[in-house]
Unconditional design. Structure first.
Length: 81
């Protein structure tokens, strides 16, 4: 009987405690550094890689190819051009 009363009191205390502060997002230095890294501009090579990756998806659907060797051939030609 005492267990049930103790469990009920504990449950009541947990429910009564405001949960908002525990779920609030606190900005830390680490999260700010991560945001700065993502906001960094891409180098021309990185931009080219990003563009070719998008073209690869279209090419793959169109030609119905798959595999690492086909990907490497495509990316080699795309990056050169």
């Amino acid at each position: 009987m005492l267990r049930y009363l103790l469990a009920a009191a504990l449950a009541g205390a947990l429910i009564a405690t405001p949960a908002a502060p525990s779920f609030a997002q606190v900005k830390t230095e680490k999260s700010e550094k991560t945001e700065k890294k993502t906001a960094k501009k891409l180098t021309p090579q990185q931009q080219k890689m990003k563009d070719c990756a998008g073209k690869w998806g279209d090419y793959k659907k169109e030609k119905k190819v798959k595999g690492r060797t086909e990907y490497n051939k495509f990316m080699s030609g795309c990056l050169k051009g």
